[in-house]
Design a protein around this ligand. Sequence first.
Ligand code: MG
Ligand code: MG
Length: 275
Amino acid sequence: MSKTGAGNPSRPGSWRQGLQLIEIKSRREVERMRQAGRVVAQVLQEIAERLEPGWTTADIDAYAERRVAELNALPSFKGYYGFPACVCVSINHEVVHGIPSPHKVVQPGDIVKVDLGAMVEGWHADSCITIGLEPLSEAARDLIDTAAQALQVGIAHVRHGVWLQDVSGAIEDYIQGRGYSVVKQYVGHGVGRNLHEEPQFPHYRTPELPNPKLRAGMTLAIEPMVTAGGEATRVLPDRWTVVTVDGSWSAQFEHTILVTESGAEILTDRTPFQS
Ligand code: MG
Ligand code: MG
């Protein structure tokens, strides 16, 4: 989910930069986001370990919805702008915002993007993984690896005082350096009390979006979308599912991160849940 919305302009603790209001989260607020992030990470890790050919994308959604509830959180996406499900599931040439369906069965060789948001006491976390189903082509494996590494390259550049688009540019350079394209139609975002808040976070350099300095206490969802072909996308008649125009496959990883004085804390880190 990459559409953006404004934060609360009257809220104290916001960082005003130009026309932007970027919230600086308190320790208490970050702790709630940490809890939400742990739920998202655990559920995504469980799905990554269980998903196999024969599951429908509605099965993925049902699993996520049950586990988010069992872990005492609420799904962030369900009902958001009318989105009907708990996760977005986008397969192969679908880029983002795929609607789960009982008629869509995942197949051997597919690459499956699962994007999940959860909320704890009013605070959101948002993360996405790409799961490759064996037997995976070398091309698909390399595409997934590029998307995963692009996110890591971006996170490695995050630190208090860095220009936002220095991070964006590092992601763009990495993806293009490996011969892939960066999707430009959809961007990352601030996250917190709102699923989407300022700043918008492009995964490429652009003079068309603000370029604030990152400050400790900002929380961001960074989510590069990588395609094996062109960057152009279009929305299907279901009004949600975004696909590549040229039919090329796409991969994405997303983390919710906290900007710190020395770097970034990944609030949706799955490492503790890997079995
Ligand atoms: Mg997401
Ligand atoms: Mg997001």
